[in-house]
Design a protein around this ligand. Structure first.
Ligand SMILES: *Cc1c(COP(=O)(O)O)cnc(C)c1O
Length: 413
């Protein structure tokens, strides 16, 4: 980055500081990852200079010969990776991708049925705080508070009662696999389209570590920067019959020109995800999550649903005498970065809830395995017992940094 270091030393210093931070801390944010150097290079390429409203072969701008090739390559790889009939790679991020789906299929005031936000759903699944809950009628199913599992009987009864236009399966904080066949059957019974938002799990789906929604869903959205390990962006995958509606909803319905450098980086990430090593990666993400879950359970932590079978876990800290925010703040001082989260049956406010969410995608990209998961569980336990003991948190931070120094970071080292 020689140009940047001379042109803008202040900003350059911030990038260097962030690199150092990402190297020396343990990143357990379930939605974060480390993109490869190749993905980062494509993200910063000259495709950022281009405008390409429209689709390959039907653009509103001249000079698209290379942009068309890039977009078609990304689409072809995404179709191959997920076995999808049609793919749109233009959405700017997960939230706009979901808006495009609603724009394609719903009228204002229509009903959508998704997972309750405080039970692991996403804002864009009809939450009142989101435009999706203001322009549409969001109805929500919950987790069974005893088992921590999706209550499919409730999904079915709400679906039959409210007759939603879209039945949504997908989450930001649910530690178990989704039963897409069950969702499909309910959608068919109530006459809804099945919309799967696989933002969190698409890397696991790509790597064969989670069942694929593609055979079941009418339309699937995903971010590209979470378990899929690509650039920040999103895709919509759908059945051919919905292709026109989806493409029109993305452009001209919702967006202007696609971010071509992101599309280029996505093509690279999809190539990486098609390689056999990505299957190993996805399996390791889940194996690490299971190891970490068991190690935390052994130390008395209360994991929602009793564990995990994907990349994340959700912990209710009520039995530990610390709130989610106090825990997350203490852990940050100890060099372990995660987020506070609401839990099913939440009694506190969303800005300082009872839980924390942890995920293994980023640490697995770094090569962490079972021994490191055991260490992380020990550090989390120590840090939460010493949430107000700056000296102890500082000590843990040094131990964390020493371990991190032994594991090179993809994209940085
Ligand atoms: C992350 C996420 C999104 C939104 O993605 P952004 O890129 O942050 O807009 C949408 N749906 C689910 C389920 C997510 O986890």
């Amino acid at each position: 980055m020689s140009a940047l270091s001379t042109q803008d030393p202040a900003l350059f210093a911030m990038i260097r500081a962030e690199e150092a931070y990402q190297k020396s801390t343990i990143r357990l944010i379930a939605s974060e990852n480390y993109a490869s150097k190749a993905v980062l290079e494509a993200s910063g390429s000259v495709f950022a200079n281009k405008y390409s409203e429209g689709y390959a072969g039907a653009r509103y701008y001249q000079g698209q010969v290379n942009c068309d090739a890039v977009e078609l390559l990304a689409i072809e790889r995404a179709k191959k990776l997920f076995g999808a009939e049609h793919v749109n790679v233009q959405p700017y991020s997960g939230s706009p991708a979901n808006l495009a789906v609603y724009f394609a299929f719903c009228q204002p005031g229509d009903t959508i049925l998704g997972l309750n936000l405080s039970h692991g759903g996403h804002l864009t699944h009809g939450s009142k705080a989101s435009l999706t809950g203001k322009w549409l009628k969001g109805v929500h199913y919950s987790l069974d508070e005893k088992t921590g599992l999706i209550n499919y009987d409730e999904v079915r009864s709400l679906a039959l009662e409210h007759k939603p236009k879209l039945l949504i399966a997908g989450h930001s904080a649910y530690p178990r696999q989704l039963d897409f066949a069950r969702f499909r059957a309910i959608a068919d019974e109530c006459g809804a389209l099945l919309f799967v938002d696989m933002a969190h799990i698409s890397g696991l789906v790509a790597g064969g570590a989670h069942p694929s929604p593609i055979p079941y869903a009418d339309v699937v959205t995903t971010t590209t920067h979470k378990t899929l390990r690509g650039p920040r962006g999103a895709m919509i995958l759908c059945k051919e019959v919905h292709a026109k509606a989806i493409d029109k909803a993305v452009f001209p319905g919702l967006q202007g020109g696609p971010h071509n450098a992101t599309t280029a980086a996505l093509a690279v990430a999809l190539k990486e995800a098609l390689e056999p090593s990505f299957r190993t990666y996805a399996a390791n993400v889940v194996a690490n999550a299971k190891t970490l879950a068991a190690a935390l359970t052994k130390r008395g932590f209360n994991l929602i649903s009793g564990g995990t079978d994907n990349h994340l876990m959700l912990i209710d800290l009520n039995n530990k005498g610390v709130s989610g925010k106090i825990a997350a703040t203490a852990l940050e001082k100890a060099g372990i970065v995660l987020n506070y989260n609401t839990v099913p049956g939440e009694t506190r406010k969303a800005s300082d809830p009872s839980g924390i969410r942890l995920g293994t995608p980023a640490v697995t990209s770094r090569g962490f395995g079972a021994p490191e998961m055991e260490k992380i569980a020990t550090w989390i336990d120590r840090a939460l017992k010493a949430a107000e003991d700056e000296a102890e948190l500082g000590k843990i931070n040094a131990e964390v940094a020493a371990l991190c120094a032994k594991f090179p970071v993809p994209g940085l080292d």
